[in-house]
Design a protein around this ligand. Sequence first.
Ligand code: G3P
Ligand code: MG
Length: 265
Amino acid sequence: MSDWPLPFWIAHRGAGKLAPENTLAAFRLGAACGYRAFECDVKLSGDSVAMLLHDAGLERTTNGHGRAADQDWKALSRLDAGSWHGRLYAGEPPASLEAIAQFCIANRFALNIEIKPTPGHESATGEQVALAAERLWRGSQLRPILSSFSPSALDAARSAASELPRALLIDKPQADWLDIAQDLNCVAVVANHAIWQQQMIDTLHQAAMRALAYTVNDPATADWLTRLGIDGLITDAVDRFSPDTGKACASPMDPGVCSSGTHDR
Ligand code: G3P
Ligand code: MG
């Protein structure tokens, strides 16, 4: 169980919903809230550049149209990935994995890279994201962890960069979850918070693996999972959970520091 890169609290997509997800601006806000570990979604542009984007399509979080997988990074990097969230972030560009790596390495922040393939591109995405991560973090003491809902992507990541730790993501109960995670030599399973049970966490710990939950935004759920022995929580509520104490903040953090994001629509 050594060489584990993540602290207990992890900021989802940079800073949850307080800033435009998966942008460098979100990482900066999450860091301003005290977070030292982040989760982000990474897929490939049409010319195989590893970039941060949750959806296959560009419409929800940028002013672009169509799939990122069909466009070159040069064009994608000029999009506005901030205005959808609010005027404060107008002009914020999509982030490359390289930009996020520079930010995390310079600050010694930990990163959970969720490999989020465009459907049909699972193996290529796993391979290219793992190769990029291996190159970008080479020589760094704090390596990223690669996670995915796609066993194919994790298998390709293992072949490309076997030394980078991997985690299986699961959204719903499935009988073969432990077998899949062990077959892929995963060091952790990251599950939807609603499906964790004491026996699952105990089973993982007996197998020398860790158990993490997403996306935990209320104190009662965080307390319950902590009592079960969960090893990490991924949260949107970076203004409400203190990453240092593991406890919910008594009151929301200074809005001037941590609640500057507004959803205009
Ligand atoms: O990596 C945990 C979580 O981010 C998985 O779900 O849809 O928010 O990427 P999603
Ligand atoms: Mg994700």
